[in-house]
Design a protein around this ligand. Structure first.
Ligand SMILES: Nc1ncnc2c1ncn2[C@@H]1O[C@H](COP(=O)(O)OP(=O)(O)OP(=O)(O)O)[C@@H](O)[C@H]1O
Length: 259
């Protein structure tokens, strides 16, 4: 197993943000984490990044406690793509920004290696961001910047990529482009993906497993193809859904019932 979460709990001061969370993620899996606002999705991602310490239970990465990994060693295993970035804070060219992702392979005064250049070039090519390398990150559109963020995560060459609502602020075309890129990374490059998303149709169609959180607890974990069930979605979101079949794939799509 790549990741094992064993009865994970996370408390901040007196607030219990996560409780009794147990699941596993195999190499090559694509897990979507869903759930209503405030259910603990980002908190779980922060635990997986090693930023938050469990208050009980533990996270195991490749057989070792995740918190026992030194910072750089963890960055060689896990990369992270945030929801949205304040572009003003990115006063770097795209090339410099993606190169910085190689810090995990360097120590002070170590030299830039051909392997670093190869990793950066490959990340730029896969994400189709090569044309932007001389641009300042703070001049890119939201969709372009999100691809650069994924390029940066890819340059880390870690087997696991965590993404926190990576398509939230993107238009439909760029949402599809990022979704397709994630599919390619997962299916053709063997990348293990854990993605927080509010797009349950995307999650049920494109991921392999879904973990549904509700009030910091695990409400459901299973095969993505089995997720779409009226009572489950109602219990999760306190919202009725209408189901229709995708005319091409035949998969169930859920539409929030506004009637
Ligand atoms: N530092 C903190 N101190 C106290 N409570 C916190 C802290 N950080 C997060 N929370 C609370 O923990 C709960 C879970 O937050 P989290 O950001 O993980 O939710 P989420 O599922 O990612 O939500 P969203 O879908 O809105 O992004 C929320 O109620 C939030 O207010």
């Amino acid at each position: 197993m790549l990741i094992e979460s064993k009865q994970l709990a996370c408390k901040i001061e007196h607030a219990t943000l996560l409780n009794d969370i147990s699941f596993t993620v195999a190499q090559g899996d694509y897990l979507s984490i869903v759930g209503p606002n405030g259910s603990g999705k980002s908190t779980l991602i922060r635990c997986l990044m090693g930023i938050l310490q469990p208050s009980a239970g533990e996270l195991i990465l490749k057989g070792q406690p995740l918190h026992s990994y030194p910072r750089r060693a963890l960055a060689r295993q896990i990369s992270y793509v945030p929801q949205a970035v304040q572009t003003q804070s990115l006063a770097f060219t795209v090339l410099d920004f993606v190169r910085m992702a190689r810090y995990a392979y360097h120590h002070p005064f170590s030299e830039w290696q051909p392997s670093d250049e190869a990793a950066v070039q490959q990340a730029l090519e896969i994400t189709h961001t090569t044309d932007f390398i001389c641009r300042q990150c703070n001049t890119l559109s939201g969709g372009e910047l999100q691809r650069v963020m994924i390029a940066s995560a890819l340059a880390q060459q870690s087997p696991l990529m965590l993404l926190d609502e990576p398509t939230t602020f993107l238009d439909p075309h760029h949402q599809v482009a990022v979704h397709q890129l994630l599919q390619t990374l997962n299916q053709q490059h063997g990348m293990t993906i854990i993605e927080v998303t509010h797009d349950i149709n995307h999650a049920s169609q494109h991921s392999q497993h879904i973990l549904a959180l509700h009030q910091g607890q695990m409400m459901w974990h299973g095969q993505a193809s089995e997720f779409m069930e009226a009572q489950r979605l109602h219990d999760l979101y306190q919202q009725d859904f209408i189901f229709v079949r995708h005319p091409q794939t035949g998969r169930l799509l859920a539409l929030a019932d506004e009637s």
